[in-house]
Design a protein around this ligand. Structure first.
Ligand code: PLP
Length: 464
């Protein structure tokens, strides 16, 4: 169908996330480009908007694998039946996972993967005769999904509202970013307070991202924090779960970001890049000692969803891993990502609005601050992050920025996460368009700020 024939689409029946937003209707994608119904083309620096489309759009090999599997067997439920695609994919994942991760259960989304990680951790303790362990401690400034269980894992009241009554009472610690806790000591003290408050014997798991995605783009805690966390796990017996929904499957230049942290987790939840945007699939991996608790105990881990381990989605996962391996894409992301961060930093150099460019592989983050002191958060009503996305979009570039959070732990920031298959020219074009967008908004913001109260380095925390 030609692009012109999409123009009459009535987009008024979908309950969109924001009612006042004009949603561009994307009708096709090829490589790192997508095209809307009016024929405008955009460079997709966000891998489909959510970091899932790691291989770009319109990949013939993945589409063919899905078609072949659909023709052979699209679906059977995994409660009483299994299928070759599920078994092969589990085997492949174990091959690329960090050492010791030997068992896999499939799900269909990142939230489901995180929920399953929680269930697995809790059931592990029950199997071992510690049924009182249920509480989870996790960093406050994070996003683990929109389900009730995953919403309770973040300490962001703005996200939880109005679902507070459904939220389990988990405990949270502040991020150890340069602003609050550059050494990681304050986060460890907060962890100790949380352990005291819960009673260490009631804690089931510590759940976090090894490298953050949207909530604190490309941020990872300092070494001291990881060492202290490992030591507390040893002392108190809780498990460590990594939310690798974004970072798993190569995004940070390693198969799993946790390979780069000083401690090995017990459970990993992953999703987006496993289906690369071609199928809804996620997975939870655990180390042998977690599996052994069940193997020596009830020998069951029930509860599952209709689409868990379905042949169609697993065939896509297999084709994705084949592509990542045969094209050495994880290595490319690692090596090219280093240069990409340098290129992005160079393009943004000298713009006082930009405080920091962080990055691991093809997961990069840009943090914006008040240009008058180079440190304070920008006033939320300036809407800087949203304006940067808007300016980028009008230049034919898709980025994803996050606004200041109510708890005061993060300000305006942009995530930059292109498909692993982006060519050098495409990356250069993304960087150039983004720098132009930032420069334009930086100039506007500077004139707006000239008429305002001086910057205040003390972060303003909104109650609730
Ligand atoms: C780090 C992280 N965890 C979990 C999720 C939830 O995944 P899903 O939207 O597939 O449920 C997301 C989604 O963006 C995420 O970024």
């Amino acid at each position: 169908m030609e692009s012109g024939s999409w123009v009459d689409i009535d987009a008024s029946h979908v309950l969109h996330l924001e009612f006042d937003r004009q949603y561009p209707i994307v009708v096709r994608g090829r490589g790192v480009w997508v095209e809307d119904s009016a024929g405008r083309r955009y460079l997709d620096a966000m891998s489909g908007g959510s970091m899932a489309a790691t291989l770009g759009h319109g990949r013939g090999d993945i589409i063919a694998a899905a078609r072949i599997q659909a023709e052979r067997l699209a679906y059977v439920h995994n409660e009483r039946l299994t299928n070759p695609a599920q078994e092969h994919l589990a085997q492949r994942l174990v091959e690329v996972a960090p050492e010791g991760f030997s068992r896999v259960r499939f799900v269909t989304s990142g939230s489901e993967a995180n929920e399953l990680a929680l269930q697995l951790a809790r059931s592990y303790h029950v199997e071992r005769g510690e049924p009182q362990r249920w509480q989870v401690i996790s960093p406050a400034q994070a996003y683990h999904g929109p389900t009730m269980a995953t919403l309770a894992l973040t300490g962001r009241p703005g996200l939880q509202r109005p679902f507070g009554p459904y939220m389990a009472n988990h405990l949270h610690i502040p991020p150890s970013t340069w602003r609050f806790d550059p050494t990681g000591e304050a986060a460890l003290e907060a962890l100790d307070r949380a352990l005291d408050e819960a009673g260490p014997d009631n804690v089931s798991a510590f759940l976090c991202e090894a490298i953050s995605a949207a909530a604190l783009p490309a941020y990872t805690p300092p070494q001291r924090f990881w060492d202290g966390l490992a030591e507390r796990r040893e002392r108190h017996g809780f498990l460590i779960c990594f939310d690798e929904v974004v970072t798993g499957m190569g995004r940070t230049g390693r198969w799993f970001a946790g390979e780069g942290t000083p401690l090995a987790p017990d459970i990993i939840a992953t999703a987006k890049g496993l289906g690369a945007g071609y199928a809804a699939i996620g997975a939870v991996l655990c180390r042998e000692h977690v599996y052994e608790a069940f193997a020596q105990g009830s020998r069951r881990f029930t509860l599952g969803h209709t689409w868990d381990g379905a042949p169609l989605a697993c065939a896509v996962g297999l084709a994705v891993i084949d592509a990542l391996r045969s094209e050495d894409l994880v290595e490319r992301v690692r090596d090219r990502g280093l240069r990409l961060r340098e290129e992005l930093a160079a393009a943004l150099e000298g713009i006082p609005l930009v405080r920091e460019v962080r990055g691991h592989g093809f997961l990069l983050g840009v943090e914006f601050v008040d240009p008058r002191d180079g440190e304070s958060f920008l006033a939320p009503e300036l809407g800087v992050a949203g304006r940067i996305d808007g300016a980028a979009f009008s230049r034919g570039l898709i980025t994803y920025s996050t606004q200041p959070t109510r708890d005061g732990y993060a300000g305006d920031q942009t995530l930059f996460a292109p498909p692993f298959t982006s060519t050098d020219d495409e990356l250069a074009e993304m960087v150039a368009r983004f720098a132009e967008a930032v420069e334009r908004i930086a100039n506007e913001v500077e004139s707006q700020l000239a008429e305002r109260e001086p910057a205040s380095p003390v972060p303003g925390r909104e109650a609730g």
